[in-house]
Write a protein that binds this ligand. Structure first.
Ligand code: PMP
Length: 363
């Protein structure tokens, strides 16, 4: 079943290696990492191992730069509150755009996937590293060109790493703040992190017992943190393998679609191999996704990881895609448990389903 699940940008199955490391922390170990006795100290040690593994994943100099949160959404919201009039790109996930707007932020100008030059001084710019709908890697050189004057555009740079962490090397992508979620890299849900590079932190998010260097109080979710750490270690080890499987599957789906007319690929020259966004002119994506689901394949329509709505994608309309293309957009996202054979079958089934639905619709 997992081989036919092509919605890995929404969430991923738990890796068996992750479960193996988590299980004792749900069954036999119950310590509170803040307790000073041996049961607590064992839990604290397990949390620190996970923190180290995450530091390695995002190329942090010091594990203390990693702060656990409930996910990327929480990390993004936290950051938005700490900077006056932040700027966000037009490509952000709603968990950046909504809180940044609420904090008095504004959207940066852009042409296609390229950010236009800054309009004035800015405290914080947020640009997703890999866009969750199409896999595009936006170009932000007009704001931050490491060869020219790093930091010329904004005092601080936030990158939402959610679709990138564990899926591409991060050392070439500099930032001050990086947010990400465990469940996008085969770890458990409800746990994520913020990487505060150099330790520069917004004001404490939750006050209380002083956990997480006083930045986010509350008893730590040890099993989830252990699982997140395991997921990070496995992702680092398997990154090359995972990427080439994704690229293979992406190619296989596209091959299956070669006979389909009025199809467009929503991709950028710099694109993650894990996400494939295709639009079929004049088609509604929802019945197509339902038909594929009935055949055992899960794909998503538009931006389905952020809502259950069937509205056309705001991102794609910002990029100039007209509604009659936009409504027929499906996102196919690849993961570790897909196979090339399943991707070939998906490509063929999708081509047949598009043909059938178009005939039904009189096209
Ligand atoms: N940012 C991006 C780019 C995402 O794809 C997602 C998940 N769809 C999030 C943030 C939010 O992650 P979570 O729901 O785990 O908080």
């Amino acid at each position: 079943m997992r081989d036919r699940y092509f919605d890995n940008a929404s969430t991923t199955p738990l890796d068996p290696g992750v479960w193996a490391e988590m299980e004792p922390w749900l069954k036999d170990e119950w310590g509170n990492p803040s307790s000073l006795h041996s049961v607590g100290r064992r839990a604290a040690a397990a949390v620190e191992v996970a923190r180290m593994r995450l530091a390695e994943l995002v190329d942090a100099d010091d594990p203390a730069e990693i702060v656990f949160t409930s996910g990327a959404t929480e990390a993004n919201n936290w950051l938005a509150g700490g900077h006056p009039q932040p700027v966000f790109s037009p490509y952000e996930h709603s968990s950046v755009e909504a809180p940044f707007r609420a904090a008095g932020g504004r959207m940066a100008e852009a042409h296609g996937w390229t950010l236009a030059s800054p309009a004035g001084p800015t405290s914080l710019l947020s640009v997703v590293l890999v866009n969750n709908e199409t896999g595009a890697i936006p170009d932000l050189r007009a704001w931050f060109d490491p060869d020219l004057d790093p930091g010329a555009g904004a005092d601080r740079l936030h990158r939402d790493l959610t679709q990138a962490a564990g899926k591409m090397p991060l050392h070439d992508h500099w930032y001050d703040f990086g947010s990400f979620s465990s469940h996008k890299l085969y770890g458990p849900k409800g746990i994520g992190a913020m990487h505060l590079r150099g330790g520069s932190a917004p004001a404490p998010m939750l006050k209380g017992g002083g956990q997480e260097m006083g930045l986010r109080s509350g008893t730590l979710n040890v099993p989830a943190i252990v699982g997140f750490g395991a997921a990070a270690a496995i992702a680092l080890e398997r990154m090359g393998e995972d990427r080439s499987l994704a690229a293979d599957c992406r190619e296989a789906v596209l091959e299956g679609l070669t006979s389909v007319s009025d199809l467009r690929l929503n991709a950028h020259t710099q694109n993650s191999p894990f996400i494939l966004s295709v639009s079929f002119l004049g088609l509604e994506a929802q019945p197509l996704a339902e038909e594929l689901d009935a055949q055992g394949f899960q794909v998503s329509t538009g931006a389905a990881c952020s809502s259950r709505g069937t509205e056309p994608s705001l991102l794609l309309s910002r990029l100039g895609l007209s509604d009659d293309w936009n409504r027929g957009t499906v996102r196919i996202s690849f993961g570790r448990f897909n196979t090339r054979e399943a991707a070939e079958r998906l490509g063929r089934c999708m081509a047949e389903a598009v043909d059938r639905l178009r005939r039904l619709g009189g096209r």
